[in-house]
Design a protein around this ligand. Sequence first.
Ligand SMILES: [Zn+2]
Length: 331
Amino acid sequence: MRFLRRALLFTVVVLVAIVAGAALWAQWPRTPPSGEDVAAPGSGPVTVTWLGVSAVLLRDGDSAILIDPFFTRKPAKLGLLTNRPVRPDEARIRDWLERLQIDHLDAVVVSHAHYDHALDAGVVARLTDAQLLGSQSTAQIGRGAGLDDKRIIFVEAGTQVQAGRFRLRFLASRHAGATGGRPRGTIAEPLVPPAGPLAYRMDQTWSIVVDHPRTRLLHHGSAGFEPGALEGVRVDTVLLGVALIDNLPAYLDAVVGQVAPARVYAVHWDDFTRPLSEPLRPLPVGVDLPAFFAQARTRYPAVRFQTLPLGDAVALPRAQEARTSSASPDA
Ligand SMILES: [Zn+2]
């Protein structure tokens, strides 16, 4: 009898141990395959979604920012030549926000206040409860769109702003083209649309360093540069404006050569007088994509030069430890 009781007890203990072991095994965190993320909310790749001109959506699953949104893409060519008054097309903007599944943005950022970068910025910020970040002219575009002053952040050279998990740093740059960018000047009063494209005057052009714990990027929306402005900056990816380049080798050396990226995506090459619903075409003047890619790849063969697909999220490369640790002068 005693033997039987002991045998039964032993069996029960073994069974409990097996069940507990199996339960523990099921819960146990697995070692991730090398080089991949441990699955945790918001730990997927940071993605970039290109939306024509130099408009890009950056997001990581938790935070999202939109730089230079321009969904309206009006007026068409003749209207542009005659400075025909234009207003943000709110229906078109809402369509795109819905399509991109955006209901909130941490920031709407404007690289410079020309209409093909800034026309929609105030409306997008208002519709997405975002902060609007930009120069004095950009602030007036925000006010004209009905954005509360509390939601407008006026930036100067060197300003840093945290937007969700993205940290933005604004570096003074120059506009592309021999004229240095027209129309020029500070917009002095709230710019209430409709207004002619020439009312969108540029006071400052920014090259924007976007820092995220998992990747680092430079948004360089206009193809000019301030000599030495990018000294000490290192990034993984550059979004590089390619319209109206004056001197391509000098431009490449001042931007790509300085920041040593793994990838460069050419932006601001498409004809923005055509809507996004029609096939994109290069600007008829001021852009030569084949020549750009040929020269860029010859000069910097280790860098991947590409364009981005319209409206599709592309994963950005992960920050390289050595690169970020050796290149954070302000960290
Ligand atoms: Zn411009």
